[in-house]
Design a protein around this ligand. Structure first.
Ligand SMILES: CSCCC(=O)C(=O)COP(=O)(O)O
Ligand SMILES: [Mg+2]
Length: 228
């Protein structure tokens, strides 16, 4: 029986174009100046030191780290330090009202219905936990953060790694067979299935993604009794 639903964001609850055409450019335009001015702020300094450790360059200058981060952004690398820094920059955008978190129209009503039915709702995205809370906190449908009881990002592991889903199940203290993962990416769903989870693939555009996962176009097409 499904007791918790864990959802991806980009391409699942949220249009990929919002992430790639609004959020990513917003952070990219501000990253260099932000780091030149804020690099001594504790949260920023910690992310930069984690980046230095990750590239094995403990003495790397801020300018060198800026270059590295731009390379990561050019290639959409899911670097945890990059995701932390993007999340800090996005906070300003949400708080200033520069944008709201995009959600497909079917998402909020269905999340609310699942919550009312007693299901635990969680998020798993490569975006930082802070970025996830901002997107749902400043969403098109208002503040949806009260619906969620857990948030997971790359600190639990990469999304295409089976161990990540084993880690999440352990943290939720639930058997994998009670967990349902919603994502648009077949490889993420494959990893979750190998960890014993139920899976459902969101096809949000007319892509004919071939996979053997249950496929739906909207959250309200998901019948939980399907997953016994
Ligand atoms: C929380 S919105 C920003 C999502 C993000 O930064 C990202 O890289 C999404 O990556 P994913 O692997 O979860 O599609
Ligand atoms: Mg996705």
């Amino acid at each position: 029986m499904i007791r918790a639903i864990v959802t991806d964001i980009e391409g699942t609850t949220t249009d990929i174009r919002f992430v790639h055409q609004v959020l990513f450019p917003y952070a990219r335009q501000r990253l260099a100046e932000f780091l030149r001015h804020q690099h001594e702020e504790p949260e920023v300094a910690a992310a930069l030191n984690a980046l230095r450790a990750g590239i094995d360059r403990p003495q790397a200058s801020v300018e060198a780290l800026i270059e590295q981060l731009f390379t990561y952004m050019d290639n959409d690398v899911k670097s945890t330090p990059l995701k932390v820094l993007q999340g800090i920059i996005w906070r300003t955008g949400y708080e200033n009202g520069d944008f709201r978190g995009h959600l497909y129209a079917d998402v909020a009503p269905q999340l609310e219905a699942w919550k009312a039915d007693g299901l635990q709702l969680c998020v798993y995205s490569s975006g930082s936990v802070d970025a996830q809370k901002l997107l749902f906190g400043y969403s098109d449908a208002g503040d949806l953060t009260p619906l969620f009881s857990g948030y997971f990002d790359t600190r639990v592991g990469a999304k295409r790694e089976t161990e990540s889903y084993q880690n999440i199940a352990e943290q939720l203290i639930l058997p994998p067979a009670d967990l349902l993962f919603l994502s648009d990416i077949r490889q993420e769903l494959d990893a979750a299935r190998l960890a014993g989870w139920h899976t459902c693939q969101l096809i949000r555009d007319d892509a004919d993604e071939l996979s053997d996962h249950l496929q739906v176009n909207r959250f309200d097409q998901i019948a939980l009794e399907t997953f016994l």
